[in-house]
Design a protein around this ligand. Structure first.
Ligand code: GTP
Length: 597
């Protein structure tokens, strides 16, 4: 296929602005899918994506489109919109020459519209700005075009207007892509270079990699070499998504597809690596991706001890499909053997945990999330610590530093006051306010990352009646009055419950924690004391009085089925219990430390 007639592009947008619907509409209008299939959001095929109605994984689909008597091959990469999946977006963009920047004509420019547009501009992509949902009564196309010009410097005349739902205006999108996005510029005769931008594990085929060919040709039967990894393999099958897998014999310059090469070892494949031919291969690899930096960490432990190895395998498989999370083994006195995992945000953490549980059938116990801290010790050593239990005692710490983020909120102007209060309560430092239009503003604050990961997003949504959006970037570490708060249950320190708090909030936080835990830990046959302490100083204490009654005692009479049900329920709850000394603590208790106030 002549690369002149190939176009590679992604669709980027703020969450829910209609990317997946537009992608499906493009498939429909090019004849790749039927009207019936259009309704099904074909590209979001992961169960979790369908349940939540969001895109988590990027997808690449090849479609053919005829224009002015020529057939063009369009490779479309659908990307997620949520800030936690930024890394998926940036990898997809590196495989493209253009991007459709989609903006909901009823909502206007939102925080991720700006962030994703800059990502595309930074990757030197041609941008095709498109307003979506113009079929809706509430659409304000002219006003939103102004906003796009104001925030991104895009000429209003270049902005297309469509309805992804009805298909109105979509033919113009095809034309704009063909006219405005440049064809791929690789060397068809040069040695093979193909960029691995994603992969997955298949029980039968081994590791399947998704690539974009930059130079040369990739063929079935060819011997290939991973340039960074160094391993060699033989290509067994190649193909493209149309949107179903369709095998082919070769992939040329600019083409995007999957490669099956009988790779059984998960570590042989690295996202961002370059595939070349084993004989006479390229000497220089393609520039890879910037490694994503996890910002939120938590411990994941198997609910039953004998599943540690299963959890390791599950993490390795998932890492292949999602290279943006990190994991390393850790041991906890309370929870046994498990892993400390790093994520790009709270939603990412939730999704990874759910994918692990579903795709590998594991029950997990998760500890409260936290950020990485930088500690300067009295000995002059600088430590980076992502596990609160490892933080040295206060006496050994010279300076305690925490990550700070610059946060942009795009909000209705009448909400500025509430959001400022929200930030002040979270130790925020005001930077500036800019107006997007008479009714909307961009408010910028510097906030400790730890203060924003838990519930800032939810609070923002409720304070702005759902209209506010936010985006953030990390600035670095800054010293703060921080300390480690430990929790003791029945006199024993529960390492997995340690948290880092600001000194000014320590007493309140400690009191709240023990009170909360009191409600979460079941009564035992003996009295259980719960204490919060900083170093050796106890700052709060509660106790759970001893249990007197048997749970089934209230089922007097002969109702045996009810009795059995109660016992079943107890057993169910126990699955997620952990034994600390002789006290049992539930998953909810571990998560309750998360609840800030
Ligand atoms: P994420 O993948 O989660 O980022 O969302 P998305 O950008 O892919 O949005 P999606 O395509 O899932 O659309 C979000 C909602 O908007 C869905 O309920 C769609 O049916 C609706 N929608 C999308 N395009 C249009 C449109 O042109 N008109 C109308 N009326 N609704 C639309």
């Amino acid at each position: 296929f002549d690369p002149k007639y190939i176009r590679n592009f992604s669709i980027v947008a703020h969450i829910d602005h209609g990317k997946s619907t537009l992608a499906d509409q493009l498939l429909l209008q090019s004849g790749a899918i039927s009207q019936r299939e259009f309704r099904e959001q074909l590209l979001d095929d992961m169960d979790l994506e369908r349940e939540r109605g969001i895109t988590i994984k990027a997808r690449a689909v090849a479609i053919n489109y005829d224009l002015d008597g020529r057939t063009y091959e369009l490779n479309l990469i659908d990307t997620p919109g949520h800030v936690d999946f930024h890394y998926e977006v940036s990898r997809s963009l590196a495989a493209c020459e253009g991007a459709i920047l989609l903006v909901d004509a009823t909502q206007g420019v939102q925080a991720q519209t700006v962030a994703n547009a800059y990502l595309a501009i930074g990757n030197d992509l041609s941008i095709v700005p498109v307003l979506n949902k113009i079929d809706m009564q509430a659409a304000r196309p002219e006003e939103i075009k102004e906003e796009i010009m104001h925030t991104l410097g895009i000429d209003p005349d270049d902005v297309l207007a469509v309805s992804a739902k009805t298909g109105l205006g979509v033919p113009d999108v095809f034309r704009a892509i063909i006219d405005r996005v440049p064809p791929p510029a690789g060397d068809p005769k040069g040695p093979l270079r193909a960029m691995i931008f994603d992969s997955k594990f298949d029980d039968y085929q081994g590791v399947v990699t998704y690539v974009r060919v930059v130079d040369g040709v990739l063929k079935v039967g060819q011997k290939i070499r991973m340039m960074a990894g160094g391993t060699e393999h033989e290509v067994i099958a190649l193909g493209r998504f149309r949107p179903r897998e369709v095998p082919c014999d070769e992939l040329g310059v600019g083409q995007v597809g999957y490669v099956v090469a009988n790779i059984k070892k998960l570590s042989d494949v690295r996202i961002g690596d370059t595939i070349t031919q084993a004989l006479g291969g390229a000497s220089e690899a393609l520039p890879g991706y910037q490694e994503p930096v996890p910002v939120v960490f938590c411990g994941l432990f198997p609910a039953s001890h004998n599943q540690f190895d299963d959890l390791r395998t599950a993490l390795q498989k998932l890492a292949l499909n999602d290279s943006s999370f990190s994991f390393e083994p850790e041991t906890s006195d309370a929870l046994g053997f498990g892993f400390r995992c790093g994520f790009l945000g709270m939603l990412h953490m939730e999704i990874v945990q759910q994918r692990l549980e579903r795709e590998s059938n594991l029950a997990l116990v998760q500890t409260a999330p936290n950020v990485t801290y930088e500690i300067l010790t009295k000995q002059g050593e600088t430590l980076h610590i992502s596990n609160p239990t490892r933080i040295p005692d206060a006496g050994e710490v010279e300076e305690f530093r925490e990550p700070i983020a610059k946060v942009n909120f795009i909000i209705p102007s009448d909400c500025i006051g509430v959001i400022m209060q929200l930030c002040e309560d979270r130790r925020g430092v005001y930077i500036k306010t800019e107006y997007l239009s008479t009714t909307r503003a961009i408010l910028t604050y510097e906030l400790p990352l730890a203060e924003m990961i838990y519930d800032l997003y939810d609070k923002l949504k409720s304070a702005t009646r759902g209209y506010g959006t936010m985006d953030y970037e990390l600035l670095g570490y800054r010293a703060g009055e921080l300390c480690r708060l430990d929790i003791l249950v029945a006199g024993q320190k529960v390492d997995a419950l340690s948290v880092v708090v600001h000194r000014a909030h320590a007493d309140r936080r400690g009191r709240k924690l023990v009170r909360k835990l009191k409600g979460e830990i079941d009564r035992h046959q003996f009295e259980v004391a719960i204490q919060a302490a900083i170093g050796s100083r106890v700052i709060a204490r509660e106790s759970i009085s001893a249990l007197r009654k048997n749970v089934t005692a209230k089922c007097y009479g002969g109702d045996i089925s009810r009795k059995r049900k109660l016992l079943e329920k107890q057993k169910e709850g126990k699955k997620r219990m952990k034994q600390v000394g002789n006290v049992e603590i539930s998953q909810e208790a571990f998560l309750s430390v998360l609840d800030d106030a």
